[in-house]
Design a protein around this ligand. Structure first.
Ligand SMILES: Cc1cc2nc3c(=O)[nH]c(=O)nc-3n(C[C@H](O)[C@H](O)[C@H](O)COP(=O)(O)OP(=O)(O)OC[C@H]3O[C@@H](n4cnc5c(N)ncnc54)[C@H](O)[C@@H]3O)c2cc1C
Length: 473
């Protein structure tokens, strides 16, 4: 697959891509990492920084940046998906410490970028989240904010920007306001993956490309027919868990799809805003996300589909339906882009755990370390989880290794919740997607009567709730 078929980002770094040799012999290692995305690379980085004499190799089925790490929307967020659910029940003081640990992710990562000379276009312009366009959206976003404050966040973390304040940063058609949080930066995803791979290699880690792991068990892998022994095995494959049973039981691949415009003129950007690389989303439950790239494109993403049986999608050339849906969503926010060219469309697989929460798993006796389930917020999460995996492997005890998202060695099946068998997963996912799309359409139609708007939102709530709550068979 050529780089332009992977993503705009991989196409743009084409001249910096080096191909690395495949594994050709047996190996005996301290740590064998599976997958050269951010999780695997950050784990290797922090391991080597803290213990330089470790013998570590990374086995990558394709090449650095092939997975979600070379395809994402570039939001480096100081948040974990569902963090408040994870922190609920802890004493207030502990919650505050964990929130600080999570919010520090962008700054901590930036320090590494500086130290290692990773030029990935880092800009900390904050997040404008859940821009509301309809009264119902404004109500639930304000409700969300009240919830944040009730759980101990301050206006330093999240605050409401009214329509005028929001318009100073981004000009979204009909928008009534949004939540602002400073805890987010944007980056060039592929430059980060490539730069980090080079940093890891400078520290003495070997990355084998075109080297899929075919079989794995504690302390042993088979890679292209070659035996690899390792004290610790670390599968870091998030959205690709389907390639390594039994991990496929615990993480399913769902897609997120993006389009990018041609570089836009200064005049258009004066109208649209987004001058500081802000990461922006609107309150639609189709999970739209966008930002202005360093080369002046609007890069716009939204939720994609799920394939029956958890089959991985390989070909991400967008179908006409996918392309038109994304373009339609983009134009509903920015009608002035009607005549601009969309030059790129792509997507990728991300990992969804059954609890919809991220996890770090460590089993000292089996020598098994893994992380994932980032639920579409993995750019920042992989930094924290990779560092935590390294610390767990090295036996460090600290707040991060004791965090509520760290599950310690009770066996995968008792630590991670399994997904339902088919056809329930597919039916559930498809029903949720249909209900969310229906809600968007009803709210966007100003002629929809109040009862219909209420019913559409109640239905969307109900389906999302059912999916989150349904018991594991
Ligand atoms: C389109 C899209 C947009 C996104 N946008 C954002 C965003 O803006 N912000 C955010 O925080 N998150 C975002 N995410 C999620 C984020 O990109 C991922 O959570 C994160 O990159 C996961 O990193 P990873 O290293 O765990 O997995 P990956 O980057 O997917 O890497 C896994 C690697 O494992 C390799 N592999 C798979 N099977 C095997 C095997 N058997 N043997 C060897 N190697 C194997 C794959 O080839 C791949 O390179 C997005 C995801 C997608 C798809």
């Amino acid at each position: 697959m050529s780089l332009d078929q992977i993503s705009l980002w991989m196409e743009q770094v084409g001249d910096q891509v080096v191909s690395r040799p495949a594994l050709e012999s047996e190996l005996d290692l301290d740590v064998a990492i599976i997958g050269a995305g951010y999780t695997g690379l950050w784990t290797a980085y922090h391991l080597k920084r803290q213990q330089p004499d470790l013998n570590i190799a990374i086995f990558e089925a394709r090449h650095v940046g092939f997975g979600a790490s070379g395809r994402n929307g570039g939001w480096l967020i100081g948040e974990l998906a569902g963090q408040d659910q994870l922190l609920a029940g802890l004493p207030q003081e502990e919650q505050r410490r964990y929130r600080e640990l999570i919010h520090a992710i962008p700054d901590d990562a930036a320090e590494v970028f500086k130290r290692e000379g990773i030029d990935c276009g880092y800009r900390k312009g904050g997040m404008l989240m859940c821009a509301a366009r309809f009264p119902e959206q404004e109500n639930w976003v304000r409700e969300e904010l009240r919830g944040f404050y009730a759980r101990g966040y301050s206006a330093e973390d999240y605050r409401w920007l009214d329509a005028d304040e929001l318009a100073q940063q981004v000009n979204i058609a009909g928008s009534k306001g949004a939540l602002y949080s400073p805890h987010c930066a944007t980056i060039h995803p592929a430059k980060l993956a490539l730069g980090l791979a080079q940093a890891v290699e400078r520290l003495g880690v070997t990355i084998y490309e075109s080297s899929p792991v075919d079989e794995w068990q504690p302390h042993r892998l088979k890679v292209r027919g070659h035996k690899v022994k390792a004290r610790v095995v670390a599968p870091c494959i998030e959205g690709y868990a389907a390639s390594l049973p039994p991990l496929s039981r615990y993480q399913i691949p769902v897609q997120s799809l993006q389009i990018a415009t041609e570089p836009l003129s200064e005049t258009l950007w004066d109208e649209l805003g987004m001058a500081d690389g802000q990461a922006i989303s609107e309150a639609s439950r189709m999970v739209t996300y966008f930002h202005r790239s360093r080369d002046d494109r609007l890069v716009f993403g939204a939720r994609g589909g799920y394939r029956f049986g958890g089959r991985l999608r390989e070909d991400f050339s967008l179908s006409n339906t996918e392309f038109n849906r994304h373009r339609g969503l983009m134009l509903s926010l920015f009608p002035q882009l009607e005549s601009v060219k969309i030059t790129h469309g792509w997507g990728g697989n991300l990992g969804l755990s059954r609890r919809f929460l991220p996890h770090v798993y460590w089993d000292l006796h089996q020598g098994l370390a893994l992380a994932g389930g980032y639920g579409g917020e993995g750019v920042g999460a992989s930094f924290l989880c990779g560092r935590t995996l390294a610390e767990l492997i090295l036996g460090v005890e600290n707040d991060a290794t004791r965090a509520p998202w760290v599950l310690r060695g009770e066996g995968l099946s008792s630590s991670l919740r399994s997904w339902e068998p088919e056809p329930f997963r597919w039916l559930g996912y498809s029903a949720v997607l249909a209900a969310l799309g229906h809600e968007d359409a009803v709210l966007a139609n100003e002629n929809s009567p109040r009862w219909r708007r209420r019913m559409a939102s109640a239905l969307a709530d109900r389906f999302e709730g059912l999916m989150a709550a349904s018991p594991t068979p």
